[in-house]
Design a protein around this ligand. Structure first.
Ligand code: BG6
Length: 484
């Protein structure tokens, strides 16, 4: 029976816009995430509307007349606390730390020719700090934010000029970290783009068409980054980052099965196929006809996509959903999009259905289709954890969640699937991507801060921290009783 590789990459991650704060220092420009407030009227169980950024919304959010609070401008202050934070994380025995680079720290408006040295220096300090503890770094180049300048002056990723701006940014950082960082993910949860703030829509009526053109431009940018990245350092490895939206037919009624198949194609396989097989799937023409999408491509772009594919299948996995052909489907929350209820599964406080076996299903399915190594880049549970006395949080539910998922990874590996590593989300409590709440906590380390930025920002290791430390040390023994 195959076991986890001896050099299995146990890790944890954060994203710049959810953690760093200090968005107005050392030459950083404003990003779309910094322009995104916490909104009392936001429906946390149906986030699509909230996270689709338009020019109109940006104007409203940035109008000083509207007195919004912008949590991502404060993050958890990681920009200044990175040394202490990485020191704490080093106690886990972490093999790899994933974080994103804020494009706006390197190119404040996104379209400058030369990088901002202070921004590069900051990430160099972070990398050096990790290497000091023998922790590898995986960088995500775009994690749910783009420079506001790119959004406002160019209309975001719908504009082909943005491809070159992004490639210029990526080249600057890949050159700077040559020999130090070898794991790269150009785009986070790429398949969610249509619903997040990386495409900025001029006209929401044409949203679908703009989304797919923005997708295409990012496929091209991804291929160019891989090409240049391999030239800069042949040791560089590039991954997809698919937000895997596993879904089951609600019943075995053939029409439910068909509906679910179409959903899987549209939300997952379509993107994975382009990244990993290098071409649009056979059903793309029909899909574009149905959605009235006119894709603007050139033969040169399609050639790049064909020739430069990802080395590993990076993906996030949090929960699963269901699909039915009927129009009375009961829905619940999910990673970015609401999904159908599955009566066999429990839900988190935000309605995300917890399904560890689904992770194994996703692994088998992905390995079957693409036969490239898998790398689980995000997996975790968002929970409300009130802690007024600043005690150690006994997060036994997180331990259970992680144990059940890691056990499924081991099971998939024992059957022959190749898997490079597992990164939990998140290393520390940070601001939620979708709801902008601090109270939606994912971390192994508690951070004393509320939704409006109040608190001491003190870091306190949770019980899951001690548990994960032992799992890492034993390379995957999840039978440890700590906290359960
Ligand atoms: C993923 C994102 O979608 O899920 C992370 O890559 C995010 O940035 C995580 O934090 C959990 O989602 P949320 O919206 O609950 O923070």
């Amino acid at each position: 029976m195959k076991e986890l590789k001896k050099d299995f990459l146990w890790g944890a991650g954060i994203a710049a816009n959810q953690a760093e704060g200090y968005t107005n220092v050392d030459g950083k420009g404003i990003s779309t995430a910094d322009a995104w407030p916490i909104d009392k009227n936001f429906d946390v169980n149906n986030v699509i509307e909230g996270i689709t950024m338009t020019q109109e919304k940006i104007a409203k959010y940035l109008d000083p007349v509207n007195d919004y609070y912008f949590p991502k401008r404060n993050g958890i202050g990681f920009y200044k606390t990175y040394k202490e934070d990485i020191k704490i994380l080093s106690e886990l025995g972490l093999k790899i730390f994933r974080m994103s680079i804020a494009w706006t720290r390197i190119f404040p408006n996104g379209d400058e020719d030369k990088p901002n040295e202070a921004g590069l220096k900051f990430y160099e300090n972070v990398v050096n700090e990790c290497l000091k503890y023998d922790i590898k770094v995986l960088f995500t180049l775009q994690h749910n934010e783009i420079p506001l300048g790119i959004a406002q002056n160019y209309g975001g990723w719908n504009n082909k000029k943005v491809i070159d701006f992004f490639v210029n940014y990526a080249t600057s950082v890949m050159k700077r970290f040559k020999g130090k960082v070898q794991y790269w993910v150009p785009f986070n949860e790429f398949n969610h783009l249509g619903f997040d703030n990386t495409a900025i829509y001029d006209d929401t009526k044409d949203l679908v068409n703009q989304s797919y053109n923005a997708f295409h431009n990012q496929f091209v940018a991804n291929a160019k980054v891989i090409k240049l990245g391999k030239e800069i350092d042949c040791e560089n490895k590039f991954g997809t980052m698919l937000g895997w939206m596993l879904s089951y037919p609600l019943t075995c009624h053939p029409l439910d099965v068909l509906e679910n198949y179409k959903k899987m194609q549209k939300e997952n396989y379509f993107f994975a196929d382009v990244f990993l097989k290098g071409e649009y799937p056979w059903y793309a023409t029909d899909l574009f006809n149905q959605l009235k999408v006119t894709l603007k491509t050139t033969p040169e772009e399609l050639g790049l996509i064909k020739n430069y594919n990802a080395d590993f299948i990076g993906f996030s996995y949090y929960s699963s959903g269901t699909a039915t052909y009927r129009d009375d489907m009961k829905v619940t929350g999910g990673n970015v999009a609401a999904t159908g209820v599955n009566e066999y599964l429990e839900k988190t406080d935000w309605g995300w259905q917890v399904d560890p076996v689904g992770l194994k299903i996703a692994m088998l399915d992905l390995y079957d289709r693409y036969q490239k190594p898998l790398f689980i880049l995000e997996n975790g549970i968002g929970v409300k954890e009130d802690n007024p006395d600043l005690k150690v949080v006994n997060d036994h539910y997180r331990i259970k969640y992680m144990k059940d998922h890691i056990d499924q990874i081991k099971s998939a590996v024992s059957e022959g699937v190749e898997c490079w590593g597992y990164l939990t989300w998140s290393a520390l409590d940070i601001i939620s991507f979708s709801t902008h709440q601090m109270s939606k906590r994912y971390g192994l380390v508690y951070v004393d801060q509320d939704d409006y930025g109040n608190g001491t920002k003190k870091r306190i290791k949770k019980t899951s921290f001690e548990w994960y430390k032992k799992v890492i040390k034993s390379n995957g023994d999840t039978s440890i009783k700590e906290g359960l």
